[in-house]
Design a protein around this ligand. Sequence first.
Ligand code: NDP
Ligand code: GDR
Length: 331
Amino acid sequence: MTKKALITGITGQDGSYLAELLLEKGYKVYGVRRRTSVPILENIKHIENEIELIEGDLLDLSSLVRAVQVSNPDEVYNLGAQSFVGTSWNQPIITGQVTALSVTNMLESVRIVKPDAKFYQASSSEMFGKVVETPQKETTPFYPRSPYGVAKVYGHWMTVNYRESYDMFTCSGILFNHESPRRGIEFVTRKISDAVARIKLGLQSELRLGNLDALRDWGYAKDYVECMWLMLQQKEADDYVIATGEVHSVKEFCELAFSHVGLSYQDYVVTDPKFFRAAEVDLLLGDPSKSIEKLGWNPQKTTFKELVHLMVDQDMERIRQYKSQYNVLGK
Ligand code: NDP
Ligand code: GDR
């Protein structure tokens, strides 16, 4: 029988890769999509005819109940969120409503309509925040440093609580930063790869960044969504850290990205206090031992260098196409 999956956040980076993966595996894929005045379906345009989109908003419980009724899923992946840490200081209440409380909306929808569906919650290394222990693993205490991180802690514990209260199959994936050419443009890696392409092709002269010393454990989103699926294929529901176990600074990301196109980052990167955070997370480094052992996760599937290069290459290609279109139009 064809398995059915429901994905919230299907238009985002992870949702789009996960939808592709599940289609490859023969799933019928449903996605919750909120109404916007201009539909932004860039990440899923190429699979739009293979998936079924259900109108809904994470803030609207009734729409989520309906989404679970319509899709009758075997697996639910709750990836939707206000996911940008920087914005969470500017919009702390919306972040709390969307990133925290809506997890309960999703859990309730599943509990009421399809309690035997397996549930994945997109938790985050931002829950660790301030360094209490390094590398960080499933048992490391949380100390979130942003409204976003605080919201994710709530979502994580509600997921654990529904497992313990109702014996539901609910998993929390504590994923460290993962990037790709589909990453939103305001996140630092994509901001860098996009700027490198624009600078190389003569459309931009400098790149303004915040804290260059921040250290992150960066992996490739396409590899990480496979772990989400693997978590729901286990006998028992559990929580897992997904990370590479390697740490790099924003500065290192810049160095590699600029040098890939023959440029030196020192010539273009300008530090701008506008991009400093109210409370910074200095270091995130994951210990993926449990997921290696239990899920067969390979943390080096895509290396840091390969990740940087593939992001820059894709942005170079995109900006080149944009430029040639622009030239053809004679503007
Ligand atoms: P994105 O920001 O790319 O995607 C977020 C998705 O949530 C989008 O599809 C967005 O829809 C949707 N969404 C936001 N608000 C609502 C709403 N009110 N109702 C319905 N849908 C909504 O995030 P990623 O793909 O990078 O991340 C996926 C999940 O994993 C998120 O929960 C994120 O917090 C978490 N996470 C991400 C990590 C990473 O490094 N990428 C690491 C750890 C956790 P729209 O297109 O309409 O805006
Ligand atoms: P993060 O990702 O906050 O880790 O959250 P982001 O790419 O925004 O920041 C990473 C680090 O880079 C520093 N930085 C800058 N960041 C941005 N966005 N813009 C800049 O100009 C800049 N300069 C330096 C930041 O201070 C930070 O230290 C991501 C999101 O995907 C979350 O949803 C997810 O949960 C976590 O990763 C794990």
